[in-house]
Structure formats: structure tokens, C-alpha cells
Design a protein around this ligand. Structure first.
Ligand code: ADP
Length: 692
């Protein structure tokens, strides 16, 4: 077991430094013009909002009480009228004008801020998805689907909310506090000291709040993952849940996780219950102090050490502006909430981004088959009938395993040296173009793993896998994978029509009109070759029948035939067939077998065989046990050798009743060892609970 129990995602997430700053640097820079426009418009709108209280105060003094001159900040006195009625009319115009300016600039500001937020988020979302798709299989082995989904969904939305609302609100708050303080000091710095004395207290209070609430947010976040995992498990394993009657158990798991989340959220809210009214109280006190001191000042002259005079107009300006403080200050707790969420989300986004991709093209990687001068190069869309079917895009299909060893990396994304026990040990063999190689052996022997190395889903730990004499690590990954066709045991179909599923991965280039008759013709041709045409044709909408998510509306045999048609279109030089374990009816099996034989005819083919009877014709059969090739040869050779193969054959043909006891024991031991080793603490606890 690795020293560090966290998965790669968690490790890289915890390493992210100043996530929000990074967000602005990496994604905000390109959209900075929107931010600048937005901020500038925001300043104009907020400053215009200060005009009515100021003009009102000035008008009261100059026009109504005659206490002072008609002067305005910034504006030269020479521009201002001297007669009372003209001053009044100007005041009205200024007030109306300032509302217009506020309106127009708030509008501009909204557009700019929205554009900034949503453009940045669009970039973050698509970028994260691209990156995630290129991550190594090792990443996906940890079953982090729920977590990754939540990065692309929840985290992106959290950031959106932050960029859109919190940023706007904090900018508004900043501009207002600075603007109002400026105006107050300009008119009467002594009374301004009284009014603004609440600000340092509010800042201290806010700092206390942030310090107190931060660990609670961290605690809340740590249970979000548990909740997602509980939900995801129950949904993705719904069939198992139903068949094993574990609905109450799953409900309890979700309930436990949800309850924890509830508790932690409430603990954040309890602090909020103190903070929010506290801030309003401070703002209210500032208002009351301004009113009391200002009122006393007006009636009895400057109190205490104060010396300046205060006019009614200035007093009104003070009271109105102090009122304007309150609303944005009450927003501070929301801003903090959004900020905390955004920070955590941003850490996850960059955590995902920072996971290194190890299986990727070297800078000098060349396309497989590219140098042979094939007209097809690497596009791999050679198909039946394009006159090039036998060279398969320039790839001959010679495959060589040279002393290959492999161990699944436990946490190799974090530390490449950190690998588990070897599951493939010193495997060597060679297949000539067109050969059929069968892989047989007990479950867990390493058959699938061996072929995943050919597809370069993982890299060998030792030795080399070569195709046409080239190490698979030196060729462009895309060209390698398009040269290898893969028919899995359990076929994945996507939401879409049958035709779309057949041509999935083919003809998606810009030049190919996917709806064209030519493409359709090739799809049908492929389906015929896969013995799938008849059943597809009998569906209500034929090739345009939509299959539900995961293709649930098709039977296993039908799904597999769609997958075979897909590979017929791909026309790869090398073929990997993972024979289905679940027996389909004999007729279907014959159909599938026939189409597979045809498909395999001129390609190098690897068959993971569960029923030995299907591979008696193979050019070579490799018998794997515990990651090693223990026997090899043709069916007849192997029977003659009377080893493991002969025993397996005997069992399947019904000649021997049971496997030798020693063999069964060995297999059982191996499985128990692995299970114990691989059991993560949580899983072990879980199965215990289930057993109860
Ligand atoms: P087979 O195809 O012969 O049934 P596999 O190649 O699937 O065997 O598995 C070989 C060994 O590798 C088994 O012990 C299995 O538990 C282990 N294994 C398979 N997949 C993974 C994985 N993604 N991560 C870690 N270990 C794995």
C-alpha cells in the first residue's frame, strides 16, 4: 500500500497555490478587456450614485436655507449659476442626469461583467474536459467519475457565481466605501471621523469571521466528496443494488453523508447568524452616531474638540450617504461564502489540470505506417471498398512483445516509482501480420492487461511492445490506436442512433459529410459484414433508431454486433477481441463468430478466449498463468503437452469433472491475496457492514 493514501487528484489539488490568482492569470488575461470595461463602468455608475445626496445637500444650503454657497466638488465655481432659481433647476437636472448615468453604466457594467465571467468559465470548462480526456487510464482506474463530473459541473458553476456576483459586489462595495468616505471627508472631516469610525471595527469583525468560518468550509468540503461518492455508487450500481436488496443500506449511506453535510453547513450558517446582523448593527450604529452627533452639532454648535461648522445641507448629505453603506455591507457575508466556494472549486479545477499526462506523444513521435508512403497516413478511415484494405493505412500489423513486464501503478501519477506487484512478468512472443493469437488462462492471469499494453492504455514497466518493429512508445498514440481495433466483452454504446454508433470515431472529420449517402452506404456495408444488418433493419427506425444511454435497449449480442460493425469501418491492421463470457444463444453466437472470422481473416488478431473451442484454429495460443506465459503452441501441440491448457480443455469439454485440487487451491490463494492487498480500508469496512 502506498505511503500516501490520497489519490492523484487529491494530491495535486492540495498542491495548488493561490488558485484564484491563477484563474485570473491563466483564463482571465484573454478576457481582461471585459473586466476593465466592467470595472470602469462600475466606478462611473457608483460615483454617479453619490451625486444626488451631494447635490441635495448643496441645494438645501444654497437655495433653501441660504447657509452656504452653491459649490460642487471638482466643478469650477465659475461654471455654476449664481441666481437661486437657476441653481434649483441645475440641481434637478443633475439629480435626473446622475440617475440616467447610473442606469446606463450599470447596464454596460452588467454586460461586461457577465461576459467576463461566462467567457472565462466556458474556457475553464472546455479546457478541463479536454485535459481530463487526455489523462492516463491510471487516473480513471480510481473510479473518480463522480468527482470529475463535479469539477466540470459544480465547480465550474461555483466559479461562475463568484466571477459574476461576488466580484461585482465586492467591486461595488470597494468603490462605494472609498467614494462615500471621500465625499464625507471633503465636506466635514470631523463628522466623517465619527461616521467612519465603524469601518475599522467592521474590518476587524470581518477578519474574525473569515478566520472562524474558513475551517468550517474546509470541513464542509471534505464531506461533499463522500456525498457524491455515495450518490454515484448507488446510481451506477443500480442493478446490483436492486438485485441484492441493498436499497435501505444505500439510503442509509446517502443519509449519513447528507446529514454530515447538513451539520457542517449549519455550523457555517450559525456563524453567519452572528456575522450578518453584527455588520448591520455596526452600520446602524454608524448611522445613529452620525445622526446624533450631527443633530447636536446643528443645534448647539461643534461638540467637544470639534471646531468646523456644520450646515443642514451637509448634515442631510451625511445622513443619506451613511444609509447607502448599509446594503452593500450586508452583502459581505455572501461575498465571503462565494469566495470560499470559488477558492475550493478553483483548487479542484487546477488540481485536475496539474495531473501529469504520461502517456502522450514524444515530440519526435511519428505516425505508425506513415513513412511507408500510404495515401491514408494516420487518418485511419480506410474502409472496405477504398482499394487499400489490405495495407490498412500502411500498417502491416507485425506485433512483438519483447521481455515485457508490467505492474499497475498504484499512484504512479504522483510518484512513478510507486508501483504495485507485477501482473505481467517477462512475456515475449511475436505475431506476424495476419496471424491469430489466442490468449487463454484463468481469470486474473493478465490476458486483458497484456493487450492494454498494445493499445498503450498503460506503458510497460520493463521490456518493449513493438508494432511493425517500432516501439509503441515512439509512435503517435493516435496512429497506434487507429491501427488497433478493439471489440470489448461489454460494448459501450453512446446515446444516439445506431448509425451514429456504428460510425463513432469514423468520418467525423470536417471533410466528411456524416449525413451523406456515401457514408450511410459504408455504414450499412459494415453492418452487413458484422451480421448486424438484419436486426438493425427490423428495428422501428432502422439505422436511425435511437438507443438509450449505454445502449440499454439492445441485447448483449446485438450490442456486440454493432461494435463489430464499428471495427469493420475502422479497418485496423490489428484486432483485439475480448470474447464475451456470457453465452448468447447458439445461433447468435454462430453469427458473431462468422463475422469475427471474416474480420480477423487478413488482420493480426488477438483473441481473449474464454471458451477454448472458439480458438482451436489459432496460429498460436499463449497460456497465461499469474502474468507469465506458461505454455505456448497450437491447439494440438498444447493438448499433446498435457499441461494447464489440456486440463482447461478437459474441463470445458466435460472430459474431466474438476480441475486438479492443487490448481484450484493456487488460484484461490492468489485471489485472496490480491483481494486483501487491494482492499482499501473503506471498502473492507463496507463489505463487513454488508455481511452483518
Ligand atoms: P484477465 O484478463 O486474465 O482476467 P486482467 O488482465 O484483467 O486478467 O488482470 C490481471 C491482474 O491485474 C489481476 O490481478 C487484476 O486484479 C489486476 N488488475 C486489473 N486491472 C487493474 C487495474 N486497473 N488496476 C490495478 N490492478 C488491476
Amino acid at each position: 500500500m502506498a505511503a500516501d493514501d490520497r489519490n492523484a487528484f487529491e494530491v495535486y489539488r492540495d498542491r495548488v497555490d493561490r488558485p484564484l490568482l491563477r484563474l485570473f492569470r491563466e483564463y482571465g488575461a484573454g478576457e481582461a478587456h471585459w473586466l476593465v470595461i466592467g470595472m470602469a463602468a462600475n466606478v462611473v455608475a457608483r460615483v454617479a450614485g453619490l451625486v444626488p445626496p451631494v447635490v441635495l445637500g448643496v441645494a438645501i444650503d444654497a437655495v433653501f436655507t441660504g447657509d452656504g454657497p452653491y459649490t460642487l466638488p471638482i466643478v469650477p465655481d465659475a461654471w455654476l449659476p449664481t441666481a437661486g432659481p437657476a441653481q434649483f433647476r441645475l440641481s434637478v437636472v443633475l439629480i435626473v442626469g446622475s440617475f440616467l448615468v447610473t442606469g446606463v453604466f450599470t447596464w454596460i457594467y452588467g454586460i461586461a461583467a457577465n461576459n467576463f465571467a461566462h467567457r472565462v468559465m466556458h474556457a475553464v470548462r472546455t479546457d478541463s474536459f479536454d485535459r481530463m480526456q487526455r489523462l492516463d487510464m491510471t487516473f480513471f482506474d480510481d473510479k473518480q467519475t463522480g468527482e470529475v463530473m463535479s469539477v466540470l459541473n459544480n465547480d465550474a458553476s461555483n466559479l461562475e457565481v463568484f466571477l459574476d456576483n461576488a466580484l461585482q459586489n465586492s467591486a461595488r462595495l470597494g468603490v462605494m466605501v472609498a467614494g462615500i468616505a471621500g465625499v464625507l471627508f471633503y465636506y466635514n472631516w470631523e463628522l466623517a471621523l465619527i461616521t467612519l469610525s465603524a469601518i475599522p471595527l467592521m474590518i476587524l469583525f470581518t477578519l474574525w469571521f473569515m478566520r472562524a468560518v474558513e475551517p468550517r468550509y474546509v470541513a464542509q468540503r471534505s464531506v461533499v466528496g463522500d456525498l457524491n461518492t455515495a450518490l454515484e455508487n448507488a446510481l451506477s450500481g443500480v442493478e446490483l443494488v436492486k438485485t441484492s436488496n441493498t436499497e435501505p443500506y444505500e439510503s442509509e449511506r446517502v443519509e449519513t453523508a447528507s446529514h454530515q453535510y447538513f451539520e457542517r453547513t449549519m455550523s457555517i450558517l450559525r456563524l453567519n447568524y452572528v456575522y450578518r446582523p453584527g455588520m448591520e448593527l455596526f452600520a446602524g450604529l454608524a448611522f445613529a452616531a452620525t445622526f446624533a452627533v450631527g443633530g447636536y452639532w446643528l443645534s448647539a454648535g461643534p461638540p467637544g474638540p470639534f471646531t468646523t461648522t456644520l450646515t443642514v445641507g451637509t448634515f442631510v448629505t451625511f445622513v443619506l450617504l451613511t444609509q447607502q453603506f448599509v446594503a452593500p455591507l450586508a452583502e459581505v457575508s455572501n461575498i465571503i461564502d462565494q469566495y470560499e466556494n470559488a477558492k475550493a472549486s478553483c483548487e479542484r479545477v487546477f488540481g485536475l489540470r496539474d495531473i501529469p499526462i504520461r502517456i502522450t506523444d514524444d515530440s519526435d513521435a511519428v505516425a505508425l505506417g506513415g513513412e511507408s508512403g500510404s495515401a491514408h497516413g494516420t487518418d485511419g478511415d480506410g474502409g472496405p471498398g477504398d482499394g487499400d484494405a489490405h495495407t490498412h493505412g500502411g500498417v502491416a500489423g507485425a506485433v512483438e512483445y519483447d521481455d515485457v513486464s508490467f505492474a499497475y501503478p498504484e499512484n504512479a501519477l504522483v510518484d512513478p516509482a510507486d508501483a504495485e506487484e507485477e501482473v505481467i512478468t517477462d512475456v515475449s512472443f511475436a505475431a506476424d501480420p495476419g496471424d491469430t493469437v489466442a490468449l487463454v488462462g484463468p481469470t486474473g492471469a493478465g490476458k486483458s492487461t497484456l493487450l492494454k499494453l498494445l493499445l498503450r492504455l498503460y506503458d510497460v514497466t520493463d521490456g518493449a511492445v513493438r508494432v511493425d518493429g517500432r516501439d509503441v512508445r515512439d509512435v503517435a498514440v493516435e496512429s497506434l490506436r487507429s491501427a488497433v481495433g478493439y471489440v470489448a466483452q461489454d460494448t459501450t454504446l453512446f446515446d444516439g442512433t445506431i448509425a451514429e454508433n456504428v460510425r463513432y470515431g469514423r468520418f467525423t472529420g470536417v471533410d466528411d459529410d456524416v449525413e451523406s449517402d456515401a457514408v450511410r452506404e459504408r455504414v450499412i456495408e459494415a453492418a452487413k459484414a458484422a451480421e448486424a444488418h438484419e436486426f438493425i433493419d427490423s428495428l422501428p427506425n432502422g439505422y436511425d433508431t435511437r438507443i438509450g444511454e449505454q445502449g440499454v435497449k439492445l441485447s448483449g449480442g446485438q450490442r456486440q454486433r454493432v461494435a463489430i460493425a464499428r471495427v469493420v469501418l475502422q479497418d485496423p491492421a490489428i484486432l483485439i477481441l475480448d470474447e464475451a463470457t456470457s453465452a448468447v444463444d447458439t445461433e447468435t453466437e454462430m453469427l458473431i463468430q462468422r463475422s469475427l472470422d471474416e474480420l480477423a481473416a487478413d488482420r493480426t488478431t488477438f483473441v481473449i478466449a474464454h471458451r477454448l473451442s472458439t480458438v482451436t484454429d489459432a496460429d498460436t495460443t499463449l497460456v497465461l498463468e499469474d502474468g507469465e506465459v506458461v505454455e505456448r503452441g497450437t491447439h494440438d501441440d498444447l493438448l499433446a503437452a498435457d499441461g494447464l491448457y489440456a486440463k482447461l480443455w478437459g474441463v470445458q469439454a466435460g472430459e474431466i469433472e474438476e480441475l486438479p485440487e492443487a490448481f484450484v487451491d493456487r488460484a484461490r490463494e492468489r485471489h485472496v491475496d490480491r483481494a486483501v492487498e487491494r482492499a482499501v480500508d473503506g471498502e473492507a469496512v463496507e463489505s463487513e457492514t454488508l455481511d452483518d
